[in-house]
Design a protein around this ligand. Structure first.
Ligand code: MG
Length: 285
């Protein structure tokens, strides 16, 4: 049976359409607005929030720093870096000694790594470097390149690392067709968390880390309130999903927390390999 057979013309059909839409709106609106809890009328607007949200300008790409970022290396120089004060200790007794000796804000030696063509390169043997500024929670973007070195293997193949607060390492290593223990490969939380997948590019290619670091909290008496938490994207792939750290990075033996300042420098490791870095920025959280 057609509309014409029912005697409904084109205009009438349009009116029927509007009537149907209006009816739906009235039904939906009445269901939403008359639902009550404890006598209060709940409307859609009652759960819609407006705040004075800070407006920032994102970078032209996700790799570029947004307007509220602190740029730590833009390819120009190492003005924001110095020689690392904390020692990258191998075990917990060494870390405890290093933290006990740590002097917040101490000016050390200028960073000795090479800068050329917009890239900083580890100068093997000159030691790790750290930011002059101190940080706690942060979002970090960093790009790195593990150079080709076919004579090398395992942990010796283009090793470096990002040390949050100078203590908690996300490993940098060539992990493309290079076997090593999985809790020590690229994007592992060294000796603590294996990455979810191996998202490595071949050595000689630029790779990226985007990391959310949440610093530990200690009580005034020094007991742990909340541990470090890390989320890591390696080349845009989620590889560490809000993992909880056991304590500072150790090479030998178990780790445990020991109190330290709320903010400390971000450090990059000299493991004896000419690993390269570019485009390093953070947002404090
Ligand atoms: Mg390392």
């Amino acid at each position: 049976m057609t509309y014409q057979a029912l005697g409904i013309n084109r205009l009438s059909r349009t009116n029927i359409g509007w009537f149907a839409i209006l009816s739906c709106c009235i039904v939906v609106g009445s269901v939403c607005s008359v639902h009550a809890q404890g006598g209060a009328v709940i409307t859609p607007e009652s759960t819609e929030l407006y705040v004075d949200l800070a407006k920032i300008s994102p970078g032209l790409t996700a790799q570029m720093p947004p307007s509220d970022a602190t740029v730590l290396f833009d390819g120009t120089d190492l003005a924001k870096w110095q020689a690392m004060q904390l020692r990258v200790a191998g075990d917990m007794p060494g870390i405890l000694k290093s933290i006990a000796d740590y002097e917040p804000g101490k000016v050390t030696q200028p960073a000795q790594w090479k800068v050329a063509d917009g890239i900083m390169t580890v100068e093997p043997g000159t030691g790790a470097i750290e930011t002059k500024r101190h940080f706690g929670d942060m979002q970090l973007h960093l790009e790195w390149n593990a150079p080709v070195a076919e004579e090398k293997s395992g942990q010796g193949y283009s090793n470096s690392g990002v040390f949050f607060m100078g203590l908690y390492e996300v490993q940098i290593l060539n992990s493309y067709k290079n076997t090593t223990y999985n809790n020590g490969q690229a994007s592992s939380v060294y000796k603590q968390h294996i990455p979810l997948v191996n998202a490595s590019r071949a050595p000689g290619q630029w790779q990226s880390y985007d990391i959310i670091f949440m610093a530990p909290r200690f009580s005034e008496k020094g007991s742990l309130i909340s541990p470090v938490r890390l989320t890591v994207f390696h080349n845009g792939v989620l590889v560490q999903n809000n993992v909880e750290l056991l304590g500072p990075t150790t090479y030998i033996g178990a780790s445990h927390y020991t109190p330290h300042p709320e903010k400390m420098p971000l450090a990059l490791q000299d493991h004896g390999d000419p690993v390269q870095f570019r485009n390093i920025w953070i947002r404090e959280l």
